[in-house]
Design a protein around this ligand. Sequence first.
Ligand code: UD1
Length: 371
Amino acid sequence: MHIVHVVGARPNFMKAAPVIQALGTHDQLRQTLVHTGQHYDFNMSDVFFQQLGMAAPDVNLEVGSGSHAQQTSQIIARFESVVLDHKPDWVVVYGDVNSTVAAAMVCAKLLVPVAHVEAGLRSFDRTMPEEINRLLTDQISDLLFTPSEDGNHNLEKEGIAPEKVHLVGNVMIDTLVRLLPYARERTPDNTPDRYALVTLHRPSNVDDIAWLKSLFDMLLETSRDLPVLFPVHPRTRARMAEAGIEFSGGNSKLEILDPIPYIEFLALQNRAAVVITDSGGIQEETTYLGVPCLTVRENTERPITVSLGTNTLVGRDIQRLRTELEAVLAGKAKRGTAPPLWDGHAAERISLLLVQREAHFDATGNSRVRR
Ligand code: UD1
């Protein structure tokens, strides 16, 4: 059995690592890792491979940056020949980035079965590029692995056959569970005792310059009382530079940093008084860690982090952000629990299901493709 995994952007390296490792324990199984090159900077890509203990990709499509159409179409064009060359039995795609939908599309047209890890999540906001990627990928996948029950409900409503869908838990938490002991030893030097940790990169926050400026002013204001650590995504840095937003905050304790490697960022999350973010994965990680998270978005495709976890949606409302932040810092943060199956073993469940499915195909002689 030959499995091709496709990754391309930062959040998905952490999802693929445990699946590759779990599948590696099965005999007679060959794996090929394809990196689309969507993220290409050392600190957005290579350092994650190093820290996660992943071998370098077998194939790099080197597509780089571009408009959504350019990036997606380049991946489609270049990935097609990889699939034709390698003739995989399964292709596994992760999350909701452009690389995910592009790879799934190639496989659907070549009648190669696709498994989607982190299926079923919906923000119900079609202005988000990721929502389009999620909807399309799930429609054309043959096996769909969901991290939480809401994912199964969403897929059922969209008419996906229930036998394709498996609730397995959260693979990102597998990686967190594995590396948290190392993170505890790797807090970056000069980390303050108490601080807020901030990440912002979604188009809804950083492409609207007036809004970005007001968020930045609010962070500056906060940093007069509480140190604020802000590792800046390249997209955010570019927008700030275009808008002429100054990074220095006078006497404030707002620290603008480069993107941070996985283990050190986990260490910072684990010790933060509060996290302010628009990332999907960070909403999940803070829920697992029990750290209060204020999400600067109107919606989330991960509602379980709000209903069971420590996440609060503050929308696009500076006053609400201020009020929620004050409440957290006054010790009134909501308390949460880790959702079911976020237990460090999601990838093992995925690998068993993939191997069993293959055995079933072999035994019955049925075509793998059910379109
Ligand atoms: C992508 C994903 C988003 C995910 C995020 C994590 C899509 C639609 N979006 O958004 O879901 O949360 O990754 O980071 O796939 N850049 C660099 N170096 C890099 C990568 C990007 O400088 O290594 C710059 C480029 O100028 C690029 C911009 O960042 O144009 C945005 O990168 P891109 O991959 O297009 O989208 P992200 O905003 O990172």
